[in-house]
Ligand binder design. Structure first.
Ligand SMILES: [Zn+2]
Length: 328
């Protein structure tokens, strides 16, 4: 099987085929984003804090835009639009961040997801550069954990020469996720617009030089870090729970992908959730657990740095972003 290396033209074709990841304005600014103006120069690309004994760094892989028509596909589109407008969000695109959790425990350096790499979108694939800017040597990563095998989470596994980017790490993914993408002939069982995602997942999961450790719900990655099954967005999607000094944070992956709709309307699912009803059931369980046990969460696609808490408000919830602290 050949490696998928799209040109810009192919990317546009792919974008047209795959509405979930379509680019309404590749590289161009859109008017409706401008509730606040675009930054003049670059902003920070990492955010560092501690949890118990662990040092945590949120690292950005960049950003991309998807059409908001993919949000809340089981709701009235007019209601979704009105919701976005009320929350000062653009109604012609959904601006998606990519927040990676890096956990340093003293013995282990765990990276959750590897981003898009250089073959997905021009605005993503910045993880390695941002890691270096944060003073973290990619070679120091001991464990790479993949939440699910979508392009923005796994295609960054290889460099431009098809070598694994984290040569000394152990690679971990949920057993069900691994089995789903590597099932016989999946590429011919899915809709044409999903075929590149399947090829990309298969190419990533079969990369030379990477051995996978396949884990189940509750299995330990390294002391203090374990997997929790959060299926729905993909069949074998898993999230990562860190427990240190009596405090916890869950890197959700895409078990929740929107910091507003997912909390106020947890019953809405998105066009890119493989199983909408299962996604909602998983989300309800996560929201209840995080609010009840006061567990911090990190949303991969939430506004950077995407870490915060869950507040229960009657039958719905609200995301409370963590305080940005400049020094300890
Ligand atoms: Zn994603």
């Amino acid at each position: 099987m050949t490696v998928f290396k799209p040109s810009r033209r192919e990317m546009m074709k792919l974008a047209a085929m795959a509405p979930a990841f379509a680019l309404p304005a590749l590289g161009a600014a859109t008017g409706a984003r401008a509730q606040l103006g675009a930054p003049a120069g670059a902003n920070a690309t990492h955010f560092r804090f501690t949890l118990g004994e662990a040092r945590l760094t949120i690292l950005s892989d960049g950003y991309f835009s998807i059409p908001p028509t993919g949000l809340g596909v089981n709701a009235d589109p007019a209601e979704v639009s009105a919701f976005l407008e009320r929350h000062y969000l653009p109604t012609d695109e959904s601006y998606s961040h990519t927040n990676h959790l890096l956990i340093e425990t003293g013995e282990a350096v765990v990276l959750v997801d590897v981003g898009s790499g250089s073959r997905f979108m021009p605005t993503t694939g910045r993880l390695i550069a941002n890691m270096q800017a944060a003073g973290i040597d990619p070679a120091s990563v001991t464990h790479v954990v993949i939440t699910h095998a979508h392009p923005d989470h796994i295609w960054g596994i290889r460099d431009d020469f098809d070598e694994p980017l984290f040569p000394d790490a152990e690679y971990i993914i949920g057993a069900a996720e691994h089995a789903h993408w590597l099932q016989d002939d999946l590429v011919n069982k899915v809709a044409p617009e999903d075929q590149q995602f399947v090829l990309g997942a298969v190419n990533s999961l079969t990369l030379d030089g990477v051995e996978w450790r396949l884990l189940e719900d509750g299995d330990e990655v390294t002391p203090g870090v374990r997997m929790i099954a959060t299926p729905g967005h993909t069949p074998g999607h898993m999230s990562v729970m860190l427990d240190s000094g009596g405090k916890q944070v869950i890197a959700l992956g895409d078990a929740m992908s929107h910091a507003y709709t997912n909390f106020t309307h947890p019953e809405w699912f998105n066009g890119f959730d493989a199983d909408g009803e299962q996604t909602v059931a998983t989300r309800m369980r996560l929201l209840d657990m995080a609010a009840t046990d006061r567990i911090a969460i990190l949303g991969y696609h939430f506004p950077f740095p995407g870490v915060g808490h869950v507040l229960r408000e009657g039958d719905s919830w609200r995301f409370l972003p963590a305080l940005w602290q400049f020094e300890g």
